[in-house]
Design a binder for this molecule. Structure first.
Ligand code: CU
Ligand code: CU
Length: 288
């Protein structure tokens, strides 16, 4: 039976408590920090000549889908009733809405050093010391909405702009493409500064703190954000049924992207799974 991922605003008090408790338990066991390490290891930009499996690449969506499944499996080993909720940032748009409550992820960082001091992930609570960061800071940081230079979260129209594109991705399959669902959702745009950040990227910017880095997973909102993106991939598939993950086959030797991206039937590292196998996960979970 497929389990259900819910909108975080629809969780009951008990569901919120069990989700947080399971996260703290895998953190205590050291499993959570292994997840952070995997993300840091796969934080490879398209200026790099290596294979990019996770970011600035067609497999951005399947990579994070498998990554969420692994995390969810770890949580469900602790408590089989837990699933990863999604944060619909087109709807819950302020620093006071869910998931920024004291019984879920806690609130904004304080202004002096961006340290999160409320909720279960506050450093002083003693359960959430950052060990796999890209700086020396041991505490979780946030700057919701960027207080010194405010930006807004993406809107429903921004998401529709991505969903309306019937083509999954286009050559050269990186952060420079202006067409294709994948990059419109991942959000690498033209120009400079805040106007160039769309959907996925813009949300990372809006949250700020550790979410700006390769160790963004240290903020548990990472999972809620990526569950909402995963839901958009599902919606895009329902909307454009004749369209699929691209590229269908690997770029040839003559291509600048030869061996740098993952085609539909190629292995998606670090797992032994292909984008093709991850296109339909309806037997594992569905979205409410
Ligand atoms: Cu990522
Ligand atoms: Cu992300």
């Amino acid at each position: 039976m497929a389990y259900v991922r819910k909108d975080v605003s629809a969780l009951t008090r008990g569901e919120r408590r069990r989700f947080v408790k399971a996260l703290l338990e895998i953190k205590r066991r050291g499993e959570y920090d292994e997840f952070v390490r995997v993300h840091v290891d796969h934080f490879i930009g398209d200026g790099d000549r290596r294979l990019r499996a996770a970011h600035m690449t067609p497999s951005f969506l399947p990579w994070h889908r498998q990554y969420l499944l692994d995390l969810e499996r770890a949580l469900r080993r602790v408590d089989a009733s837990v699933t990863v909720p999604y944060w619909d940032w087109t709807k819950d748009r302020t620093a006071r809405s869910v998931p920024w409550t004291a019984d879920l992820l806690g609130g904004n960082g304080r202004s002096s050093d961006q340290q999160v001091t409320t909720g279960p992930f506050a450093y002083a609570e003693g359960h959430w010391t950052i060990r796999e960061g890209v700086t020396d800071a041991k505490f979780l940081t946030r700057d919701l909405g960027r207080r010194r230079d405010p930006i807004d979260l993406p809107t429903g129209a921004d998401v529709r702009w991505a969903l309306d594109d019937p083509v999954y991705d286009v050559a050269p399959w990186n952060s420079t493409v202006g067409r294709g669902f994948r990059n419109k959702l991942e959000g690498w745009g033209a120009g400079h500064g805040s106007r160039s950040w769309h959907n996925h990227n813009r949300v990372h910017r809006w949250v700020g703190g550790v979410m700006l880095t390769g160790a963004s997973v240290n903020d548990p909102v990472f999972w809620l954000h990526h569950a909402f993106l995963d839901l958009q991939w599902h919606r895009w598939q329902l909307r454009h049924r004749e369209h699929r993950y691209l590229p269908a086959s690997p770029p040839g030797r003559g291509s600048d992207q030869h061996r740098r991206i993952v085609a539909r039937h190629e292995r998606l590292p670090p797992w032994d799974v292909t984008p093709d196998e991850l296109e339909d996960v309806s037997r594992i979970y569905r979205y409410a």
